[in-house]
Design a protein around this ligand. Structure first.
Ligand SMILES: Cc1cc2nc3c(=O)[nH]c(=O)nc-3n(C[C@H](O)[C@H](O)[C@H](O)COP(=O)(O)OP(=O)(O)OC[C@H]3O[C@@H](n4cnc5c(N)ncnc54)[C@H](O)[C@@H]3O)c2cc1C
Length: 367
């Protein structure tokens, strides 16, 4: 069976890897170079609790993905000999005001009742661990089970895996421009280089997915920054309302994120974006204004009208969507790949194909 995957981001490549391993013929179509879309620009947090997500089916999906992550990265590391710096450091969510503290405590209680871990720490319980701590921080919540991965290393590893498998046909610098179907059945992908024929197709083109098949996905721009770091600057991710700060496991880089704007594909870092990020750092660890800046960059999250992904059958037989992962696509890669493995290998259709169907938006429109 020949499966064409449109998009070589973390979602497309994770699906390609598991399907290839099970003996499927896999074709990846990528407009630019694989692994350099949103998945390259992300923070790499695996953080359903720190994100403060509402408890619902999507939250469950995220928690399952977090539980799968260790074995997901171990599998990729074993396949490629590339370490991707997965780090179960826990994530601390600082409160910069009493109001924020109340909100964080409320969420913490909800998660605890749901059977998840977490605890409140007062300022005096953490202050001595750091060279400086922003004067407004009154305490915060520690979620020990939230974690992180170096998403760029992960993308390099996935890229390495796909490139070395000569049986995975890789068409880079090739743009999918539409789906070719007859009698409601998928036949092939129209590209700027010609038609690619296959038995099934998965559209995993991130924020650009809507350009291919009218899927309700749109870009949500995020700006990022990185600075140098010294080993005793910060020992785990700090995820605050002003910025999130992600020390890489190698202690060679602090990643600072992220702005969030619905401005379409508008390239470049802005002065206000950079100010927001660096002020967030200064408000959290004032001494870090002495560190050298390494990089500023930006990326496009694949957004959807309800911020949840679109993982489902498309309008034609043998056409599927795996997109719209918005703020959590790094986290959700292993579980998204598993849904397609279960579908193609075991003919087991997950309930998530209904929950995350694009049809939920049509139903809303018709109400
Ligand atoms: C600033 C920022 C911070 C983030 N932080 C986190 C985080 O901490 N944790 C987390 O879990 N998630 C995070 N995310 C979200 C995460 O990065 C995305 O949800 C995820 O990368 C989406 O993966 P993808 O494979 O769908 O998209 P992408 O990685 O964007 O890949 C899509 C690919 O499709 C290709 N493509 C597009 N159109 C076509 C076409 N017509 N033909 C062929 N190829 C095409 C693109 O070139 C691209 O390579 C963040 C995102 C941003 C922008």
């Amino acid at each position: 069976m020949r499966i064409i995957i449109i998009g070589g981001g973390i979602i497309g490549l994770s699906i390609a890897r598991v399907l290839y391993k099970e003996g499927f013929e896999v074709i990846v179509v990528e407009r630019e170079r694989i692994g350099r879309g949103a998945s390259w620009t992300a923070g790499g947090m695996l953080a359903p609790q720190s994100e403060g997500l509402e408890i619902d089916e999507f939250f469950d999906f995220c928690i399952q993905a977090r539980d799968m992550y260790k074995s997901f990265v171990e599998g990729i590391e074993n396949d490629t000999d590339i370490k991707v710096d997965y780090w179960e450091s826990g994530i601390f969510c600082p409160a910069y005001s009493e109001e924020e503290a109340q909100e964080l405590k409320k969420k913490l209680e909800e998660y605890r009742k749901y059977g998840l871990t977490g605890g409140w720490l007062n300022r005096n319980e953490i202050e001595d661990n750091y060279k400086s701590l922003g004067p407004e921080i009154i305490g915060g919540v520690l979620y020990p089970d939230d974690s992180q991965v170096d998403n760029r290393l992960l993308m390099l590893a996935l890229e390495n895996y796909i490139r070395r498998k000569t049986m995975v046909k890789l068409y880079e610098r090739t743009t999918a421009i539409g789906i070719f179907q007859t009698n409601g059945k998928f036949q092939g992908v129209k590209t700027d280089k010609g038609l690619l024929v296959g038995d099934a197709c998965i559209i995993a083109a991130g924020a650009w997915s809507g350009e291919i098949d009218n899927i309700p996905v749109f870009p949500i721009k995020g700006e990022m920054a990185a600075t140098d770091i010294e080993p005793d600057d910060i020992d785990r991710v700090f995820f605050g309302s002003r910025a999130y700060l992600i020390p890489r496991k190698s202690f060679t880089r602090l990643v600072i994120g992220a702005t969030e704007e619905n401005v379409g594909f508008k390239d470049g870092n802005t002065v206000k974006g950079v100010l927001q990020l660096l002020n967030g750092l200064k408000d959290t660890f004032p001494h870090m204004v002495e560190r050298n800046v390494q990089e500023f960059w930006y990326g496009y999250r694949p957004g959807t009208p309800d911020t949840k992904p679109i993982i489902c059958e498309g309008p034609y037989e043998n056409l599927y969507y795996a997109t719209g992962h918005y703020r959590n696509g790094i986290l959700l890669a292993p579980i998204t790949a598993k849904l397609f493995l279960d579908l193609f290998k075991y003919k087991k259709r997950s309930k998530y194909f209904d929950i995350f169907s694009y049809k939920r938006f049509e139903e809303k429109e018709n109400e």
